[in-house]
Design a protein around this ligand. Structure first.
Ligand code: AQP
Length: 332
């Protein structure tokens, strides 16, 4: 059976981008068609300046939103990365296989290190090396597929390279994974800056729809989305990114093609109003379920505990095999 691994970093409140690009597909398709593991990748949240209490809070909230979005712990495995030691164990071995040059080529490292420096913060070494940890997340489970948005495909490519290199040098140990971007909403853009991805850790929040935003807040953010001064509505990602983003969001909510939707609107006002309504309705059941789950944190903790036990049992043999293959003495 195909195995799938994917994760979410608790670096901020989850966004519409996380839902359309990841969560919804995990819940509606992936968990039913494969042996699927979904993880709150909390160790990744430590690669940038962080507040420990906030990371803890956001980790539980991310887990709860994953369940609210429809992940069923009877069907798939939901867990926190830091609860399974195999991720960090394997990450070190992969750092020994990766090169400094390939880590420095990662776009996210380049972008985030510039951002940290501009904010007067130091750049953590883990920001450079975390793609090795991400590769470990995937390879430890011998995952075949990694459903991620466009922004993560470079890291999955690196995971493939590291797996191939390890297998060649030390013997076949890992499955070579592939990224599977979603057919729609692979990159939901910021409503105020439609040339940048809607990212949960970004500081300017006016263009970001958070999954737990109140309906009025969602409507306001969508109604204020940046468009352009051209006449009429047309779907053109390069020339008219703001309008294209709204059309893609509406398309993800309604299942109609963005080009078809574009033909049915004369002006931005109605497009924005319909998009706002569609997003509010899309998120309503998730918000209701999240409120129920928040009232029972011990349920979410129990899901994470059981998920970690299942994940550990899957990862351990592969990571042990990698330790032996690379030349480490097995424990007596
Ligand atoms: N805007 C988006 N459109 C489509 N998919 C998205 N994803 C994230 N943003 C979008 C997908 O959601 C999954 C989890 O994302 P993540 O936690 O790894 O990254 P993030 O939400 O992008 O968080 P940050 O902290 O804001 O990250 P940076 O600053 O690194 O971009 C992934 O499958 C991702 O593709």
């Amino acid at each position: 059976m195909t195995r799938i691994f994917s994760g979410i970093k608790p670096t901020g409140h989850l966004t519409l981008g996380n839902y359309l690009g990841a969560l919804r597909r995990w819940a509606e398709e992936d968990q039913h068609r494969a042996d699927a593991l979904f993880c709150v990748v909390d160790l990744h949240a430590l690669t940038v300046d962080h507040d420990p209490a906030r990371v803890r809070r956001l980790s539980r909230q991310a887990a709860s939103l994953m369940l609210a979005a429809g992940l069923d712990p009877q069907v798939c495995t939901v867990f926190a990365q830091s609860h399974v030691d195999e991720h960090a164990r394997l990450s070190y071995l992969l750092e020994c296989v990766a090169t400094d040059g390939e880590m420095r080529r990662m776009i996210q490292y380049k972008e985030k290190s510039v951002r940290a420096q501009a904010a007067g913060q130091s750049v953590r070494l883990s920001l450079l090396t975390y793609p090795a940890l991400m590769a470990a997340d995937i390879l430890a489970y011998r995952a075949d597929e990694v459903p991620v948005g466009d922004d993560q495909t470079q890291h999955v490519e690196l995971s493939r390279d590291l797996a191939e290199r390890f297998n060649q040098r030390y013997g076949h140990t890992f499955v070579i994974p592939k990224a599977t971007p979603p057919a729609v909403a692979a990159r939901v853009m910021d409503l105020q800056d439609p040339t940048s991805k809607m990212g949960k850790s970004h500081e300017a929040t006016a263009g970001i729809v958070y999954l737990l935003d109140e309906p009025e807040v969602i409507s306001k953010k969508v109604m204020r989305a940046v468009t352009d001064s051209a006449d009429g509505v047309a779907y053109d990602r390069a020339e008219r990114p703001g309008v294209a983003n709204l059309l893609e969001i509406l398309s993800a909510c309604t299942g109609k093609e963005p080009e078809v939707l574009a033909d049915s609107y004369d002006g931005y006002g109605t497009l924005k109003r319909d998009t706002a309504e569609a997003v509010v309705e899309l998120l309503r059941p998730l918000q209701t379920r999240h409120a129920e789950l928040s009232a029972d944190p011990s349920y979410v903790d129990g899901v994470l505990r059981e998920g970690a036990a299942k994940a550990r049992a899957l990862a351990r043999p592969t990571v042990d095999a990698a330790y032996r293959a690379i030349g480490l003495l097995p424990p007596a």
